[in-house]
Design a protein. Sequence first.
Length: 393
Amino acid sequence: MNSATLIATVATTAAVIALPGTLELAQLTLGALLPERPRKAGPEKTVRLAVVIPAHDEQDTIGKCLDSLLAVNPPQGSFDIYVVADNCTDRTAAIARGLGVNVLERKDTSRRGKGYALEFAFNYLRRGYDAFIVLDADSVVPSGFVEPFRLAFSRGAQAVQSVYRVANPDQSRATRLMDLSLRAFNQVRPRGRQGWGQSVGLLGNGFALSRETLAKVPYTVNSVVEDLEYHLVLLNAGIKVEFLSGTHVAALMPTGGRASSTQRTRWEGGRLRMIREFAPRLLGRVLAGRLECIEPLLDLMLLPLSFHIVLLALAAAAGTGFTRAAGLAGIAVLIAHLAAAVAVGNSPLRDLRAIATIPLYIFWKITRLPMILAASMRGVAWVRTARTAEETV
């Protein structure tokens, strides 16, 4: 094989791998522009809510999280708060109890991680509540946080996801870029799915499940991306997640260095594992006539945007004819998607500064590829992500 043929083959392969992601980004960006679908009307019912906060050694963040929750004043009833102190070795449980919050302590060093903590809490609490809101321990919420959840479940929702924002977007170059990317991932894409009437997905923070949903689909997922895994299980059971665009959570993101690397490696390695395990199943369901599985399949096949950009650049620069056209079209779709993410933010200048760092970030991500692949293997241990400045050096 001569060099010209090799280059053409690489470009064509890149275009083919990127095509599902381009189709996914195109339909989600367009869907985000559609008018918001009216929610179904009907008699409202009383809903008893519990907020569940899985926490492992979160003494530095749990106080602010609980203070924001305790300041919430829902007009149509109260809610209960439960902190799951999961294998904690610090003062997390003591701080929560000092604020008058319920604490469930869990000790099981062989089964560590958020998925196990949530399974433990849901099994303990499910008979006493109608729905459960999941909140990360490093998050803060607005004063009107709970009421949209109550209203959604009172009208028959089975699962919902609120907007998930970055609480510290100005803290570092890493958090600026994370803020932009999560606005695309956590706002534009769910809004696009909602626009087309699709299940919007779970983002791991600020989501909620009804008691009936947990009875039908127990929360027994325990991968490092348990939210994505559980959403795929919900889809198989025919349960749709709705988007609550009127409320949000804001969580701290690592400011850079080792912590940021750990988090990105864990997320993207876990996502690669889900591609390997669930893409063939979803393809089989599509071929069997379950057309609602097309979007989740395309979503799984969309690689992290840094790798998606590399594929498109290869197709556009090294390809010819259809291959080059596919690469250029994909780049245009990606620009429109990022523009939509900028539009839902409040600081275009900050976003431009973040966009300027993308080439450096792509290079860094390529150097992390062996670790991402290693993190995609089964049995990878859960590792808590450092969040404070002292932890990220």
